[in-house]
Write a protein that binds this ligand. Structure first.
Ligand code: 13P
Ligand code: SF4
Length: 336
């Protein structure tokens, strides 16, 4: 998980996925999934396509058809290195746009155009220009959960894995940080750089509360609570570990806690449970409705009809690419 693996191609993979997800996917659902997985694997070969899947994708996609998986940063890194003719992004639209920005000459597909993001919807390029006018000379750091147009107006991008490092890489006393107000708060708590935030929020992570974390601790003694930095500050304060989705997996792999609660999107815990069957996972379940637009049948259609093609106007793509490449040069932060 959270890493590259051999290209998923054949029926041995269906058997492996079925074994991995035993206990997560009932047999009756397998009867539907199996032919779709086989069809996708055949279409991938025919199109010379690669499937990138975010950690929030459902187990049959994540373990069944993805060639490369991970957090937003890993997906951008893998997209940069891809030599496939077609990239299918199983994630949300901004992730597909980032892949296109990094691969202007390749076909990038997203299986469903409604796979958006409340953070990406919270800010426009005009908003960033207005912020610059209000704070002349202050650099703009933009979370990748934004449109290419917003990235094009920014100095540099970041993900939840490297936000602090990116902010500090600029050597500025103050930075404008958009659009996630909670991630901005997390960065502000971990750096001396003054952070000027925007008021965007993730509608999924915003639902978690510190009261919920306390209730888990009471009911599940010894539980290690890992929270995503898109959560409210009170949740981050109540957690044991804060990190990107890849950092969550790394923590579990390195520390092998007996009991874990992952304060993030539902499928994350399912995908981790498949990999670490002996670990007890407390599963706060909040679904990202955008991530869940992606389905096996949607991926079949995407590969059959070569849809939906993601395009970014060249002059926006060029400026957005600069911001994304600057972020990739900073790389992954210290274990986040
Ligand atoms: P990660 O980069 O940590 O995977 O987060 C992406 C995201 O959209 C979380 O809501
Ligand atoms: Fe956007 Fe939140 Fe969904 Fe991530 S979980 S894609 S930030 S709405």
């Amino acid at each position: 998980m959270g890493c590259e693996r051999a290209v998923n191609t054949g029926s041995s993979n269906v058997a492996r996925t079925r074994e991995l997800t035993r206990g997560l996917i009932p047999d009756v659902e397998w009867a539907v999934f199996e032919p779709l997985i086989e069809k996708i694997n055949e279409l991938k070969r025919r199109r010379n396509a690669v499937i990138l899947a975010h950690n929030y994708q459902t187990p049959e996609i994540f373990h069944g058809v993805a060639d490369l998986t991970g957090d937003s940063l890993a997906l951008a890194q893998q997209a940069q290195r891809s030599d496939a003719d077609v990239i299918v992004m199983c994630g949300v639209f901004f992730m597909a746009e980032t892949a296109k920005v990094l691969n202007p000459g390749r076909t990038v597909l997203i299986p469903d155009l409604e796979a958006g993001c409340s953070l990406a919807d919270s800010i426009t390029g005009a908003d960033v220009r207005a912020l610059r006018a209000r704070h002349p000379g202050v650099p703009v750091v933009t979370y990748v959960n934004t449109s290419a147009e917003v990235k094009a107006e920014s100095d540099i991008c970041c993900t939840s894995a490297n936000a602090v490092e990116v902010v500090e890489s600029l050597g500025s006393e103050r930075v404008i940080f958009v659009p996630d107000r909670y991630l901005a708060g997390y960065v502000a708590a971990n750096t001396d750089v003054e952070i000027l935030p925007w008021d965007g929020r993730c509608e999924v992570h915003e639902q978690f509360t510190a009261q919920q974390v306390r209730a888990y601790r009471e009911q599940f003694p010894g539980v290690v609570v890992i929270a995503h930095p898109e959560c409210r500050g009170e949740v981050l304060d109540a957690a044991d570990v804060v990190g990107s989705t890849a950092a969550m997996v790394r923590y579990v792999r390195d520390h092998r806690p007996r009991r874990v609660a992952m304060i993030t999107e539902c499928s994350m815990a399912d995908n981790v449970a498949a990999e670490f069957p002996d670990m007890e996972l407390v599963r706060p379940c909040t679904v990202c409705p955008y991530m869940k637009r992606i389905t096996l049948s949607g991926i079949v259609e995407a590969l059959e009809k070569v849809q939906y093609r993601v395009e970014v106007p060249p002059e926006i793509a060029e400026r957005a690419r600069r911001s994304v490449e600057m972020m990739l040069a900073v790389g992954r932060g210290g274990g986040r």
